[in-house]
Design a protein around this ligand. Sequence first.
Ligand code: CTP
Length: 422
Amino acid sequence: MLNGKRILLIVAGGIAAFKSLELIRRLRERGASVRCVITAAGAQFVTPLSLQALSEDRVYSDMFSLTDESEMGHIELSREADLLVVAPATANILARMAAGLADDLAATVVLATDKPVLAAPAMNVRMWTHAATVANVETLKKRGVTFVGPNDGAMACNEHGPGRMSEPEEIVAAIEGMLTAERPPFEKPPFEKPLTGKRAVVTSGPTREAIDPVRYISNHSSGKQGHAIASALARLGAEVTLVSGPVAIADPTGLRTVHVESADQMLAACLAAGTVDIAVCAAAVADWKAAHPAASKIKKKAGSEPPALELAPNPDILATLSNLGAKPGAKRPALVVGFAAETENLVANAIDKRKRKGCDWILANDVSAAAGTFGGEHNTVHLISAAGVEDWPTLAKGDVASRLADRIALHFSRPPKAEAAE
Ligand code: CTP
C-alpha cells in the first residue's frame, strides 16, 4: 500500500499519456495522493482537466504563472512529494533531464528536486535505440534515476519493438518498490540490445578493379545502403566490421570500418574479420577484373588499334561466405544476407540467385535507371527467404536498414524450431 505517500506525476507529450490517467487512479486506490505537472506537449494528448478530475488536485503546467508561483513554486512542488514519476518519459524530456535544462516547469521541477525520480520511457523504437537516447538514459541512471520499462510490443507508429510505456500496474509496482520497505526494489533488467554478443560483417560500396595505375572498372554504388545496415546492426548491439569499397560518405560511428579497393581485397577483409554470426553483402562487387592489370599506364600508340581488355572473373564474396562451412576450420555465418540488383524479372531472378549463391536471405532491389536506387535516398526491396517473398514498401535507405536489422534480431530471438520453419 502507499498510504499517505505523495507522488508528483510529470506527464510529458506522448501517446502513452492516456495510460497516466489509469496510473493516477491506481495510485489513489492504494492510498497515495497524486499531484500532476503537465508539459505543453503532454497537454496535446491528455487534458489538464482529466488529470485534475482524477487526482482531485490542481494541475501545474506554467512556470511563469504568477498564481501558481505564489501558491506553490517549483521548489515547493518537488519538496512536497515523496517521489517524482515521469510518465510518459519521452525522448525529449529524458534529453532535457540529462542535459539539466530548466526550460519549462516539468524540467525545472526535476532539476530542482532532491527526491527519488522514476521514469517510464515511451517512444518510437528507433528513438529509444538511438545513441543519443541510450547515452541520456545511461547518464540519468548514473545520477540515480530509476527506470521502469519500456516494454516490447506493437506501437502506435505501426512499428514493433521496445518503446511502449510500462503498464500502470508495472509502474505502481515500481513505485511501491521505491517507497515501501515491504517490497524489494522493483528491478526489471534494463532493455538489452537484442544483437549484443553477435558479430557481423557487412560489405558496402563499389569495388574498383585496376586496369592500369590510373584506370579502373567500377560502378555507381554509393555505399549508402550498406553503411546504413552496418550502423543499424551496431545500434542493436552487434559488433560490426564494415568492409567498404571506395565511397564518398563518412565512416559510420560505433563500428570498425575496413577500406578496400578491389573484390579480392574485399573478400580477404571479410575473411580476416573472423568468425561472424551475420554477414550482409550489400557491396556492388565488380563481377570482372582486368585479367592482366598493367604495372604502368597503358600508352596510346599512333596508328594502332585500341588495346583489347581481357577480363577475369572476380571471387563471389556472397557465395564464398555462404559456403564457408564446406571447408574445415571455416565457420559459416549463421545468417548470410545478400542483395539482388536487378533491372528485370526482379523477384524471379532474386529467388534463383538465393539458391545459386547459397545465402539465407536476399533483398531484391530494382536498379533500373527509372527506380533511381543507385545514389538515391530510397529503396524498394523484397525480402526473399526459404519461407517466401515479403514485399516491403518504398523506404528511405536508413529505414530499410533498420527494418532489416530488426528482422535479423527477430530471427536470432526465435527458438530453433521457429527458425527452421522460416
Ligand atoms: N556479390 C558478391 N561478390 C560478387 C558479386 C556479387 O558478394 N563478386 C554479392 C553482392 O554483394 C550482392 C549479391 O552478390 O549481395 C548479388 O549481386 P548482383 O550484382 O545482383 O548479382 P551477380 O552475382 O552479379 O549476378 P547477376 O550478374 O546474374 O545479376
